[in-house]
Design a protein around this ligand. Sequence first.
Ligand code: F6R
Length: 615
Amino acid sequence: MCGIFGYVGKQNNAAQIVFEGLKLLEYRGYDSWGIATKVKSQPFDFAQGGKSKVKTTKEKNGFVVERRVGKIGDRTLSSKVLANSHLAVGHTRWATHGGVSVANAHPHLDCRKQIAVVHNGIIENFQELRKDLIKKGHKFRSQTDTEVVPHLIEENYNAALVKEKSFTSAVRQAFNKLKGLNAIVVAYSPSSKIVAAKTGSPLVVGIGDGELFVASDAPGILKHTRKALFLEDNQMVILGKDIKLISLPKGKEVKPKFQILDWKFNQVEKGGFAHFLLKEIYEQPAVLENIALYYDDSVGKLAALIDKAFGTFMLGCGTASYAALAGTYLFSRIAKKHVNFSIGSEFKYLEDYLTPRSLLIAISQSGETIDVVEPVEAAKKKGCKIAAILNVLGSTLYRQSDYKILLGAGPEKAVVGTKSFIAMIAVLLLCACTLAKMKKKGKLLLKESAKGVRLILREDFVNKIKRLAEDLKKQKHIYVLGRGLSYATALEATLKLKETSCIHAEGFAGGELKHGVIALIENGTPCIIIAPNDETYNDIISNAQEVKVRGAFIIGIGPKDNPVFDRFLPTSDIKDATIIPQVVVAQLLAYYLALARGIADPDKPRNLAKSVTVK
Ligand code: F6R
């Protein structure tokens, strides 16, 4: 949560670079944004480590800050004060401590405005730190936990708590005092350095030609460079003339391990689509074909781990948890294998049964979700083997895991997960087929499902969905019913509807209807029936009848039409992969419902952020 971007280097439009970088990271939080840049900065001499040759006054050496409430969106940076600088840091915020206001927007400064800090995480002991700093005369301008950081650094630096009086040591000592999982990026104007440190949330450094970048996600830096350094927890990096990496708390130098990113920059642009959400929905056939073609080996190794393990547990949050739930059905149906599943945040209450022979499969698009990262850490301590199915190279989960499969879905910029979910299902399906010694069949199912998705993305089908969205747009509730694997489809469909169109939607197992749920059905209540051509068909059609006689408006999704349906959205019959086109129908319905309801930006649903790195 929260997007961070920093720049130091040869170009003198640092604020503009940071501004553009923040736009690319806005999916991480969009309550407010801000940029700090060095005032009247002197020409940057990179060879000198950015040290200005011209003596500047203290006043001239400070930061100016521009902060705004709301999304950075399509704004342009008009501010003249932010012009002509080679050092800037910025932030796009998902509010935790302190309401959504200009004063609480980052960056936050010390009393002299020479230290600018942007932060992601929660400083658990900020209240006691703040009290102490106020006693020492520091003036606070916000209600955030973050603001203790610049003052703490200032205090350390000025009070000569750091022997050599180096700024870097002042940051290190301040960071060591913070409790909780945090990532900070600190810029210091007199030295033109950026220092970044983390214990929790992600940070990646981009290495350019005579310039360095730091961002909370790789899409932020792709436009500038492919050479990256992913910071590990308890590491701090100093960016100036070159890169120095140290470990925390003591400050011992560590050799950086650089990586070359293979994502392309055009993958983080809308490319003619109105929204990233729509673009990413349309990318799904290619994602499926990629997995069908290139995942034999990686999936084979995961299948072998499952085969060998004494108990396998999958976990994920939100959309990834529904992929995991679908996985339990797929492993049972196809491979006759019992693979458990839990929501990430609940796993810590269930982990007592883990042993060193257990296998934990963590499923996550970002690889940063705290409710996945924490249980994985706990399971590691118990000696379990960790496998991860994830989309982001170098993420925390990527580093935590013994074995990993990258989804290859490319950057997912819309906050709502679409192509990552489809890729997760594809990997789990192929894995279950491999376990059952039916790898070829699995690959064929994925190729067929790519075709099935393409049929849904055709104009005539999309028009059908648009018409349905118009008809449903005034509804307050939508229910989705499914059985078996389609129960997972129902849950994923309702999550898409809820977060994208802001209509209350609930997914139920068809069999649960008569145990209470049916009380919700009134005249005209829309009920979506997920009806694949499998063993659940007759029972789910009976459920559809039961709600229809109580007045429900029935929308059927599946390969076979039925007289009970008031509306029918046909999907291809792809056996165990039928979930794939069915979920895509729900994704499109959610998107067009959002548009029909006048939701301006379906890429950024209210109150959400792409990676949930705080509890
Ligand atoms: C919903 C959505 C979220 C994420 C969840 C886990 O569309 O995207 O529910 O699935 O926050 O995120 P990852 O997969 O990054 O761990």
